[in-house]
Design a protein around this ligand. Structure first.
Ligand code: KG4
Ligand code: ZN
Length: 374
């Protein structure tokens, strides 16, 4: 790593248009500027991201965002050594805007472009403005689109241990908040509302996935052995039933009607749902330690929008203490989608001399499979 090297990062994979300048200084990526323009107001009435609206908004916002990031960084153009862009996974129309912009800026600055996997970048958010992390590490991504667990040998080297087989945890929070009529995006609203609820009021099912339940018995040595996968759709359906009642089945006794939805009941459902979703994540992490899936990890790197959840943060810190593992949670500014994490991870690529050609294309899916580089 070269002291003083700066990288311009661009992120447009979903509904945030973001640009950032991150410099390498004193052994860590340091953020000189981070601009995030969220589109929540555009998508709120649809209670979800509308891809066409998102890409049109990126087109309008990307140049002002980059201009503002460069101005706020107060960094001479000659110090910008590369332009990094989140080029996978995401909404293809949104990715195209950031990808085209990054290549245009790279070409005009005369520097290389670096395509970064957005999921891997979430894990680099905990490395920003912090001393170097010790590896091997466990990597946990909890976002609106992903719930992935990795064994990591470095910021760029990771092996997928498990992933959600249905909804991502953030998606489950958002859908739960919609069912409870809390607003959009629901995760932070559900987090806040949980403060006034009783987490033990309603019992939601916590899945314990086995090889058989994830992939069928297949050729698994022990089809009933637990896997490190996640599932959130069962607890989401249980919440729907708790609110609207269990559907009647002909020939069966009529189900008991749901408890009326008072203000206190909504808070109790929020706290109980949050406790179940977070409990499931912790249960899988405990299982990963028990199975020694990541070779005595010294660090747990966490990233993604749901890493802003206060209950999850508290439980992860307790997990770290219990197992003598350092827990690296991003500061709140870098939990949700941002371009600083893209530029931060790109510093490791740049140091390896690993750049992309100007033919770099966006891809809707993550390439993080068994072993991968960001
Ligand atoms: O990482 P992110 O910005 O976008 C994706 O890559 O998906 O994550 C957004 C997700 C949303 O589902 C949002 O509701 C959730 O993160 N989220 C939270 C909290 N803050 C954001 N979920 C639970 N508690 C929070 N405090
Ligand atoms: Zn994200």
């Amino acid at each position: 790593m070269t002291e003083g090297t700066a990288i311009l990062g661009i992120e447009t994979s979903c509904d945030e248009t973001a640009a950032s300048v991150v410099e390498w200084r004193d052994g860590a990526p340091r953020v000189r500027s981070s601009v995030v323009s969220t589109q929540h107001e555009l998508h709120r009435r649809y209670a979800g991201v509308v891809p066409e609206l998102a890409s049109r908004a990126h087109l309008e916002r990307i140049v002002p965002a980059v201009r503002e990031a460069l101005r706020a960084a107060d960094c001479p153009r000659e110090r910008i050594a590369a332009v990094a862009v989140g080029n996978r996974p995401g909404l293809i129309g949104s990715l195209l805007v950031g990808n085209a912009a990054a290549k245009a800026y790279a070409w005009s600055l005369g520097v290389p472009v670096i395509g970064i996997d957005h999921v891997a970048a979430h894990l680099a958010a905990g490395l920003i403005d912090a001393p170097p992390a010790a590896f091997p590490a466990l990597g946990l991504v909890v976002s609106g689109g992903h719930t992935h667990l990795f064994a990591m040998e470095g910021p760029l080297r990771m092996r997928l241990l498990g992933r959600t087989i249905d909804d991502a945890i953030g998606e489950a929070f958002d859908k739960a908040a919609t069912v409870l009529d809390l607003g959009y995006p629901g995760g932070p609203l559900l987090d806040a509302r949980s403060d006034s609820g009783d987490p033990g009021a309603v019992r939601f099912p916590i899945p314990r996935l086995t090889a058989r339940s994830v992939r069928g018995a297949g050729d698994a040595a022990d089809p009933d052995a637990r896997t490190l996968d996640f599932s959130f759709s069962g607890m989401k359906t249980a919440l729907l039933y708790a609110v609207r009642g269990v559907p009647a089945v002909p020939g069966r006794p009529a189900p008991t009607p749901p408890v009326p939805l008072s203000g206190q009941r909504v808070s109790d459902l929020c706290a109980s749902f949050q406790s179940a979703a977070v409990g499931h994540v912790l249960d899988v992490l405990e299982r990963a330690i028990e199975a020694d899936a990541a070779g005595s990890p010294r660090t747990l790197l966490v990233g993604g929008g749901v890493s802003a959840n206060r209950h999850l943060r508290a439980r992860l810190h307790a997990f770290g203490t219990r197992h003598s593992i350092e827990v690296r949670l991003p500061s709140l500014a870098y939990c949700l989608d941002n371009a600083a994490m893209i530029a931060a991870l790109a510093h490791w690529r740049h140091a390896e001399g690993s750049h992309d050609a100007l033919t770099l294309a966006p891809q809707p899916h993550s390439t993080l499979g068994r072993i991968a580089a960001g």
